[in-house]
Design a protein around this ligand. Structure first.
Ligand code: ATP
Length: 428
């Protein structure tokens, strides 16, 4: 395919507190290899091993930071690669040190460690700061819970979910945190805006579960939690953030980049919540709408096939009888209060299950969540976590069957399936 055939080699020498930023060329099959040859360096808080080859797929944006200085070689085509002398890393390190002080105090008193929410507009490096803080905590022997509430670019399971997982080892430089028994709840849209009552309901449910998990694990309790949020910070988006703060009983809010948001939260949060302002890194790359879409596609492909270049997962493709599948959507369309039956509030219909009639356009290329819930009449069904996801690749109404791509072999469990708005074209 030509990619990488005329190999490009670039060498960099970094001084203390400098950062090498690069983006792998966005062409299918492109791989850039990175080797740190001398000194010490880290990638978003994970230490690099000297002499080891790290490989990154097309479009990956990375930063190699060093506290002491290092020499790095890049092999393969990049969109850009440069060394930056100015980074906010020292401030991020101080933020981590403050959290660590709180953890130590919590541990001594048998109390719960800090619950931190990282907030800010789009493209300010929220996910990256969460990864850094989580890595630094784990490297000190902590076991924090990582919570991802970003339904647009979320890193747990697939986009359109909110979730949490206990982190026991630093993120892999190439593939991020290992998804070990993540807890995922189905939302089904890529912005909270699509169904705010449902979003808030799931945030509350997840917060409850995270608090329970902390209570049952002494180490996790003292370590606290780190929460990644969406970049929607205006009007109702702001109210989603204050709801997150309340539901999770956050102790610290780190506001990236936006002073207005920092001022609003400082004003509106109770005094025991510390609101901290942090600058964004100049290395964070802005993403266009289509790049965000691609980011979601990549995330879903990784869910089924694993991370490139190795792609070590082998999903199954099989047929499911439509008459066997109990497919539901969450939330009837919003209706004006005046049209509601007496005594029913508008929000209630937004979190109810609605049966979906199988038609090809409604289902094909859509992600379906495989819920642990079995009974659609149960109130708790929408608040039940999900076992995993399948993608509908074909629908044959005449034969009454659909074909699904699934991480697990046939058959699907006899539980409810939730239809998401998220589409995925399986062209593997
Ligand atoms: P969203 O708006 O989707 O919530 P975000 O605020 O969480 O975005 P990130 O996902 O953390 O932002 O960062 C955006 C991109 O910038 C990512 O691809 C990340 O790898 C890259 N990035 C972050 N920091 C740096 C850096 N210092 N140098 C180079 N790239 C970086």
């Amino acid at each position: 395919d030509g990619a990488g055939s005329d190999e490009q080699i670039q060498e960099f020498k970094l001084g203390p507190d400098e950062e090498l930023r690069f983006e792998v060329e966005g062409i299918k099959g492109q791989v850039t290899t990175v080797i740190m040859q001398e000194g010490m360096a880290e990638v978003f808080g994970t230490e690099m091993v000297r002499g080891r080859e790290y490989q990154f797929g097309p479009g990956t944006k990375m930063a190699i930071f060093t506290y002491h200085g290092c020499a790095v070689v890049l092999k393969g085509k990049t969109e850009f690669a440069y060394v930056a002398k100015e980074t906010p890393m020292i401030m991020y390190l101080n933020a981590h040190a403050a959290l660590e002080t709180m953890r130590r105090a919590a541990e001594a008193d048998g109390k719960r460690g800090p619950i931190v929410a990282v907030v800010g507009p789009q493209d300010v490096g929220k996910s990256t700061l969460c990864r850094l803080l989580t890595n630094y905590a784990v490297r000190l022997g902590r076991r924090p819970i990582y919570v991802d509430l970003d339904v647009g670019q979320g890193s747990i399971a697939v986009p359109g979910t909110v979730g949490a997982m206990l982190i026991e080892r630093p993120a892999s430089i190439e593939s991020g945190f290992i998804q070990q028994a993540p807890l995922a709840y189905f939302f089904g849209h890529t912005s909270p805006q699509a169904n705010i009552p449902l979003y808030n309901l799931l945030v509350s449910k997840l917060a409850e579960t995270v608090h329970e998990r902390m209570e049952s694990n002494r180490k996790a309790k003292a370590s606290g939690a780190i929460i990644n949020t969406c970049g929607w910070v205006k009007a109702e988006g702001y109210r989603c953030i204050t709801h997150i703060a309340q539901a999770f009983e956050v102790d610290v809010i780190m506001v990236l980049d936006q002073e207005r948001l920092y001022n609003e939260l400082s004003r509106d949060m109770p005094p025991f919540v510390k609101v901290v302002f942090l600058p964004k890194s100049g290395g964070v790359v802005e993403r266009s709408g289509s790049q965000r879409h691609e980011g979601r596609d990549t995330r879903i492909r990784e869910y089924f096939y694993g991370k490139p270049p190795s792609q070590t997962f082998h999903p199954h493709s099989f047929q499911v009888k439509l008459s066997d599948a109990k497919i539901f959507k969450i939330g009837a369309p919003a209706v004006p209060q005046s049209c509601m039956p007496l005594g029913m509030k508008g929000d209630e219909t937004r979190t109810k299950l609605v049966s979906v009639t199988a038609t090809a356009p409604a289902l094909v290329h859509r992600l379906l969540a495989v819920s642990f819930a079995t009974d659609e009449t149960q109130d708790e069904a929408t608040k039940t976590n999900v076992a995993g996801f399948v993608c509908v690749t074909d629908v044959d109404l005449e034969k009454g069957r659909m074909t699904v791509l699934s991480p697990q072999p046939s058959p699907l469990p006899k539980t409810l399936l939730f239809l998401s708005e998220i589409q995925f074209m399986d062209n593997q």
